[in-house]
Design a protein around this ligand. Structure first.
Ligand SMILES: CSC[C@H]1O[C@H](OP(=O)(O)O)[C@H](O)[C@@H]1O
Length: 354
């Protein structure tokens, strides 16, 4: 079974349930959840059952549609009031990935633009169409990022990636792993992928290594603290990572540990590329210090993967889920519109990212 064949997040045919692959159970178990309640969809986002900036955006778009799809309401004002209440609730699930608010805001723009010309029932159908469009666009965007990223690869390259920005982080194909999927489509069979395990939630070990191994790619799992020696030994030719929010100057937030990988890549003279759908670029913030970093429960560090205590009871724990990498450490930002090179604010404008 190839992970690329798994749907990450999709609306059920009856249009009454969101079907998500529960990523907290991977790689050991493939289980799909059928969720219709807003509370359950929000919990799935918070608990990383569905995760990855683009996948979170798709889940939120369908989540807000499902939040109002069952309303037996004919008054548009009351329908809109419920919509906005449910939107705020879904938006509070996780703060760092911009795609969550981006998708919900896009859905609200449809509501505001067409509320005077549609009935409530017609609006429900229109919102479902917009969520479908967001998902379809995400797949096309991932493929385009993959094509641009593939243009940077050479036969035999060793690629380091951090966390999971593969098909499981999007509707399909992924961002940082998309170039490898495209290379496979071109018949390449000599790439080597190194996956940082990415503590504490191990998205690299559990998800990226799973994706690459099931795709038949030469895959090596390393602990996060092994990235330096792996680079020093000359095994890495390029780094591809995903992102959760990119600021106007190119600073970006990604899974905790990414900034360390970027510093190492700079030290060892290895190209470091960020794979960013334009929906993840937030031009409303000038630089990375404006990005809110999600803090998560201590148990993810101390208890999640251990049968026995791995730390003294009651020890203080920091668990920031993301960190911000300075734009000065980035070789290029691969978007679906092309590759942006420094200075990134001008490059974004040239690519039509406004
Ligand atoms: C293609 S975006 C993937 C991005 O999202 C991940 O965060 P999380 O697993 O907490 O949703 C990670 O930062 C990935 O790079």
């Amino acid at each position: 079974m190839n992970a690329l064949s798994l749907d990450t997040v999709v609306l059920a045919e009856n249009k009454q349930e969101l079907v998500i692959l529960d990523q907290t159970l991977l790689p050991g178990e493939i289980r799909y959840l059928h969720l219709s309640r807003t509370e359950d969809i929000r919990e799935a986002i918070y608990s990383l059952r569905v995760r990855g900036a683009p996948a979170i955006g798709v889940a939120a778009a369908y989540g807000i549609y499902l939040a109002v799809a069952g309303l037996e309401e004919t008054d548009m004002d009351r329908f809109c009031a419920v919509f906005r209440e449910k939107k705020a609730y879904l938006n509070s699930a996780r703060p760092t990935a911009v795609n969550l608010s981006w998708a919900l805001n896009r859905m609200e723009r449809v509501l505001d633009a067409e509320r005077d010309t549609l009935s409530v029932e017609e609006m429900k159908r229109r919102l479902c169409q917009e969520a479908d469009a967001i998902r379809a666009e995400d797949i096309a965007i991932s493929r385009s990022i993959g094509e641009y990223g593939f243009s940077l690869l050479r036969h035999g390259d060793g690629i380091l990636t951090h966390c999971n920005a593969g098909t499981l982080a999007t509707a399909k194909y992924g961002t940082a792993l998309a170039p490898i999927y495209i290379a496979l489509e071109h018949g390449w069979d000599d790439l080597r992928v190194f996956c940082d395990e990415t503590r504490p939630l191990l998205q690299g070990a559990r998800l990226s290594a799973f994706e690459m191994q099931t795709a038949g790619v030469d895959t090596t799992l390393i602990c996060d603290n092994m990235a330096s020696i792996t680079m020093k030994r000359g095994k890495i030719n390029i780094v591809f990572v995903g992102c959760d929010r990119v600021a106007a100057n190119g600073d970006f937030a990604n899974k905790i540990g990414t900034s360390g990988v970027a510093i190492l890549a700079r030290y060892y003279g290895i190209p470091f590329y960020v794979c960013a759908p334009s929906s993840t670029i937030d031009l409303s913030i000038p630089s990375g210090e404006h990005i809110v970093i999600e803090e998560r429960p201590a148990e993810e560090v101390t208890h999640m993967w251990y049968a026995k205590p791995m730390a003294p009871e009651g020890v203080k724990v920091d668990n920031p889920a993301f960190d911000v990498t300075d734009h000065s450490l980035i070789t290029g930002i691969i978007t679906e519109k092309g590759i942006a090179y420094p200075p990134f604010d001008r490059a974004f404008a040239r690519l039509g990212i406004v």
